[in-house]
Design a protein around this ligand. Structure first.
Ligand SMILES: Cc1cc2nc3c(=O)[nH]c(=O)nc-3n(C[C@H](O)[C@H](O)[C@H](O)COP(=O)(O)OP(=O)(O)OC[C@H]3O[C@@H](n4cnc5c(N)ncnc54)[C@H](O)[C@@H]3O)c2cc1C
Length: 304
């Protein structure tokens, strides 16, 4: 009998795990909460320049190739399936549905870190493209100093929008090329400036910023928060990783520190996880009976 592996997340890491599972004669199935494959590749608009063998490939082209490869390998993919956690032999989905599983590769990627100051919960997570598409985008504050923050600020300032970058560090952390672009863009940069609170004001926002011993208030139309990415793991998944380490393997961006998050590490992680699984004896859990919608392993948990 072939061994099964349930793969959570249809981004590059999950896809690589599925390809390697097939190659090593296991039965993979991918569960993706969204409606398409590719994960963050769906947000990449510029050509990818650093994927060995494919210089300049477009992200949508790469997604297409990966999808064709999975099709050829007959890997089942179940969309609209958010896996909630793993517990004593069952992979759980929303509404109490679950499937029996003895091996899960978890590849959920990352999500934006939220600003933890009073009023920040009221600030919506906006994309720069949406802001640029607005009729009259007004002065905008970009909070953060890494690549994502600086790239966002460049795009706004280059379109003539008054842009203020607020960064708590002594200097920006973005790569030199982005910093040069920012310097030429006309954006204003505040370093050693810590946001203390955000409040709605006259249809826009007032941002309270601590600069040393002084507190300064800046009024803007929009706030863009880009203060880093964190693993997209709920408390329940974190608990599963602690208690079920023999059955759940975390891979891809969610397992890497910020400096190493990339397509090549995601692809490599998929391979390492599956080879690790293959080299282990499969541990079988005793079935439990508290799942309301239990279905066959490797099937769509919406089906009964
Ligand atoms: C704008 C941008 C540009 C980039 N440019 C490059 C580049 O040029 N070169 C490079 O190497 N890298 C680049 N990257 C990074 C690269 O895209 C990521 O490193 C890679 O996508 C990580 O793959 P992943 O599978 O770990 O995570 P992701 O791509 O984030 O995929 C995770 C998937 O898991 C799904 N998911 C999450 N939780 C669940 C759940 N509980 N149940 C079911 N499904 C779930 C998500 O919907 C998503 O589809 C870029 C990223 C961005 C955003």
């Amino acid at each position: 009998m072939r061994h099964r592996v349930e793969i959570v997340g249809g981004g590059p890491a999950g896809i690589a795990a599925a390809i390697w599972a097939r190659r090593l004669d296991w039965e993979p199935a991918i569960y993706e909460r969204g409606s398409s494959l590719g994960g963050q590749l769906n947000q990449v608009s510029l050509p990818i320049t650093d994927l060995p063998g494919f210089p300049g490939i477009r992200a949508h082209e790469l997604c297409q190739q990966l999808s064709i490869q999975l099709d050829k390998l007959h890997v089942p993919i179940f969309y609209g399936q958010e896996a909630m956690g793993y517990d004593r032999g069952y992979l759980h989905f929303a509404e109490g549905r679950c499937i029996a599983s003895s091996a899960v590769v978890l590849a959920p990627g990352v999500r934006a870190r939220r600003l933890a100051v009073p009023g920040a919960d009221l600030v919506e997570d906006v994309s720069v493209s949406d802001l640029l598409a607005a009729k009259e985008p007004g002065p905008t504050a970009v909070i953060g100093g890494g690549d994502r923050a600086v790239e966002a600020a460049c795009r706004l300032a280059e379109r003539g929008i008054a842009t203020l970058v607020i960064h708590r560090g002594h200097r920006l952390g973005a790569i030199p090329a982005l910093q040069q672009r920012l310097a030429a863009s006309g954006a204003e940069v505040l370093t050693e400036s810590r946001v203390a609170a955000v409040e709605p004001w006259a249809g826009g926002w007032r941002i309270h910023v601590d600069c040393g011993r002084r507190r300064v208030v800046h009024s803007v139309h929009q706030v863009v928060v880009r203060i880093g990415m964190i693993p997209d793991l709920s408390a329940r998944w974190q608990a599963s990783l602690n208690t079920e380490a023999d059955h759940v393997y975390l891979i891809g961006d969610a397992a890497q520190s910020a400096a190493y998050r990339s397509l090549v590490t995601a692809f490599a992680d998929g391979m390492v996880a599956v080879k690790t699984l293959v080299s282990k004896p499969i541990c079988r859990h005793k079935p439990i009976q508290d799942c309301s919608g239990m279905v066959e392993p490797g099937s769509n948990p919406t089906l009964r």
